[in-house]
Write a new protein. Structure first.
Length: 95
């Protein structure tokens, strides 16, 4: 299970990835899946592509058009921040 610090670092790094760097795109997808931010099916459904297409993105054998990549990065970033909120301990209520 990933911790909040790891998720924050991942989300911050997504801001600096070049949209033309295929290897960095592959790593972003692979890391997002490994951190439990999204599954192949989540990504495929969100971006209207097949699961095998996302698997090719993860393996680095293909990648979406560079104009689509910022949308993928932003989506992964939002999912990372959502996961941080969901896994962070809530503050105790005042009685």
């Amino acid at each position: 299970m990933s911790d909040a610090r790891e998720l924050k670092t991942y989300a911050k790094n997504l801001e600096n990835i070049s949209t033309t760097d295929n290897v960095a795109f592959m790593e972003a997808i692979k890391t997002g899946i490994l951190l439990g931010i999204a599954s192949l099916i989540d990504i495929a459904h969100t971006f209207s592509v097949s699961r095998p297409t996302v698997k090719r993105w993860e393996n680095g054998t293909s990648a979406p058009h560079p104009l689509m990549r910022p949308h993928v990065f932003k989506w992964l970033q939002r999912r990372a921040f959502r996961k941080i909120r969901e896994t962070s301990p809530s503050k105790p209520e005042m009685l």
